[in-house]
Design a protein around this ligand. Structure first.
Ligand SMILES: Cc1ncc(COP(=O)(O)O)c(C=O)c1O
Length: 404
């Protein structure tokens, strides 16, 4: 390069040094869309799939692979495929179940709002029949599945925002009886609490934007599944895009390292906060699977094997509508009214105007999302500090709160 023009030197200087003969302890960010091989025959065999390697990031890239391998290990899966968002992951997994015109999907009625809208608007428009069910009523699910003979049965292991718990082993049996694939959105549980594939699910999907990454700084989705389903998803991804970038993969991999530590603390804090909320005269109802009165408390205890009940709590402010809930959320001083969950920070959200805004008010009411409902993602702060903030905010908007 010494004898070349400064234009040529500037383009190539410093790049493509000798291959390292060391291994980086922490996976580097491979910020490149091109990969070089010793000769064209090598590149050809990578393209042909007879040699492992990378050709173009829509076909896979090294930092993303590191994140995928980590998720697969934690989920007890043969493979995991990362996407640019949780919705990208859900869309890919749904298409992977074989949904096509004339096919059906049976889904929990209270899945995340965008998941519901994806089914109701996009898949319905493509000729897919969508039937929603109360996922906690197994007879109801079995009847719907027998009638529809769907390609896919879809649920959230812990639902958003009502925290209903799905009996995944029983649902897997129902799905198997008609050859349907069971797709479990495991965002709220994470593999710390529950591994859907070990209990009969075919796909475990995550908005890894939430607990898996955990730091509120990256949008990521991932699907854990069998090797065969993973191969199929990668083929789809080559055509559909929605790939995760290397920087996001690096952040998500870094976040994943503290998942069990964070989940342990989220669970412990949420239990304390939920029990406190349940004692407050201002609160009409608390939804948390760790409370003895929760309809699926025993099921959650069995499925999560005593590790806890997650970090999400929702509650209804007594007699409140949107104005009262907004006043309460604005009165909070530490807990943040930000539109996400599963972060280190404690966060509140008003489902009726955000995650479930896309639903008709009647549909929202029918699935139990009232105008007084608040969703709280309990963070990693000291539980007493979270409670103190909730108490002062209740006080500032005219509700009594009780300590102890
Ligand atoms: C349970 C659940 N699944 C899927 C999604 C969608 O994930 P993303 O926002 O990463 O696309 C969300 C987002 O809030 C969610 O809460």
């Amino acid at each position: 390069m010494k004898d070349k023009s400064i234009f040529t030197q500037a383009v190539h200087a410093g790049e493509r040094g000798p291959r390292p003969d060391f291994t980086a302890v922490s996976t580097p960010i491979y910020q490149s869309v091109g990969y070089l091989y010793d000769d064209m025959a090598d590149l050809d065999s990578v393209f042909g799939g007879t040699r492992e390697g990378y050709v173009y990031p829509r076909y896979g890239s090294p930092t993303v692979t590191a994140f995928e391998r980590a998720v697969a290990l934690l989920e007890g899966a043969k493979d995991a495929v990362a996407f640019a968002s949780g919705m990208g992951a859900i869309h890919a997994a749904l298409t992977g179940t074989g949904l096509r015109p004339g096919a059906a999907v049976v889904a929990a009625a209270d899945v995340y709002g965008a998941t519901y809208a994806l089914l109701e608007r996009m898949f319905t428009a493509l000729g897919v029949r969508v039937r929603t069910v109360d996922i906690t009523d197994l007879d109801h699910v079995a009847r719907a599945v027998a009638e529809e003979r769907p390609a896919a049965l879809l649920c959230e292991i812990v639902s958003n925002p009502l925290l209903k718990v799905a009996d995944v082993p029983a649902l897997a049996e129902i799905a198997r009886s008609v050859g349907a694939s069971l797709l479990v959105d495991s965002t709220f549980a994470t593999p710390y609490l529950f591994r859907p594939l070990e209990q009969g699910a075919d796909y475990a999907v995550h908005s890894a934007t939430k607990y898996l990454n955990g730091h509120g700084d990256v949008l990521v989705g991932v699907v854990a599944c069998s090797a065969e389903r993973g191969r199929d998803l990668r083929e789809r991804q080559k055509l559909l895009g929605a790939n995760l970038g290397p920087q996001q993969a690096w952040l998500a991999l870094r976040g994943l390292k503290t998942l069990p530590l964070r989940m342990r603390q989220h669970c412990a804090n949420a239990q304390i906060v939920a029990e406190w909320l349940a004692r407050q005269p201002a609160i009409a109802a608390v939804h948390y699977p760790g409370l003895a009165g929760h309809p699926q408390h025993a099921l959650a205890d069995r499925l999560f094997e005593g590790r806890g009940f997650g970090g999400m709590v929702s509650f209804e402010l007594k007699g409140a509508g949107q104005a009262e809930v907004f006043a309460f959320m604005e009165a909070l001083q530490m807990v943040l009214p930000a539109t996400t969950l599963g972060d280190i920070y404690s966060l509140v959200l008003y489902p009726a105007h955000s995650s479930h805004r896309q639903l008709d008010p009647e549909v929202r009411a029918a699935i139990g999302i009232s105008n007084g409902l608040v969703r709280l993602s309990v963070g990693l702060e000291e539980a007493e500090d979270i409670i103190a903030d909730l108490a002062q905010a209740l006080g500032r908007v005219g509700y009594d709160s009780q300590s102890g």
